[in-house]
Design a protein around this ligand. Sequence first.
Ligand code: NDP
Ligand code: OXD
Length: 310
Amino acid sequence: MTINILFRGPQERNDCWQALFADALPDVAWHHWPKITDKAAIELMIVWKLPRDYQQDYPNLKAIFSVGAGVDQLDLATVPEHIQVIRMLDPGIAKGMSEFIAMHVLNIHRDTFAYINANKSATWQQIPTIENQQRRVGIFGLGHLGQVAAESLLQLGFSVNGWSRSAKKISNVNCFHSDDRLHTFLSQSDILVCLLPLTDQTRGILNHETLSQLPKGASVINVGRGEQLVAQDLLALLDEQHLEYAVLDVFDIEPLPEAHSFWQHPRVLVTPHIAAITQNDSAGKMLVENVQRYLDQQPMRGIVDRSLGY
Ligand code: NDP
Ligand code: OXD
């Protein structure tokens, strides 16, 4: 049975994924947006953002695959319930994310940012170090990516705390959940890493009330979504010296406007949403596997729970 898939994204990724599908699932008819004549034939769509009017234009759509791990950009509230939404569980994203987090936890732990600032005034000053196990890293979000990041931090010898919506048991990770444990989690996190999905519950979660519960001198790494962070609250806590550093990869407006104070702040590092990039080859294989499951009428991997929004 032929199945029609529409991909919306760059040519290079299209060519890679089209070839993988042609090899593994020759019955798939692959289309690269916007070159599509019979829109009614499209059953599966692979996108970062949905095309305008997709509901009218693609009346037989059964599932939407996000090319990224996040799905907030799809505006789930507007997607009809009968269309499944699938997030990307790419091992390449997990590897990139755990590398980015380990790199910046180490940068903060070993005072790289302070030395970069000291270089500017040719200041030779050694900063005392502490043992890795004395540094407590708190991961906000112990999902697919949070757990891989926790593993790499444990291998580096850090103490790892984690926070999730539901209860978890993860070897060597101090797992917290439920609002009455939030203060304990935050007060024991010297470096807070945000890896939460953007939902109504997590929008603005990095605010004055939560960030001020981190120990004095704590740092923040935000790789979740920009709308989870209240920028003015973070800046105030940095300027009051309650917080030391912030590494920010995601912003409510991207690209981050040139005039934004984050760019010039001596204790903020801005990166342009590159913590973890979908890797064409590994992600393409995941898509092939999931489409095979769809064809076999098996549950696909990464189905979004519409009631939770992630
Ligand atoms: P998952 O869905 O696998 O994990 C999400 C985690 O967050 C789960 O542990 C979940 O808890 C927890 N969570 C959700 N809501 C709450 C809440 N209200 N309170 C406490 N915990 C909560 O997602 P991934 O790990 O795959 O990805 C996480 C996010 O990372 C993505 O949604 C995206 O925004 C971001 N991302 C950023 C990238 C970048 O380059 N900067 C790249 C890729 C992803 P539970 O386990 O109990 O359900
Ligand atoms: C993702 C992202 O969600 O790139 O994969 O942020």
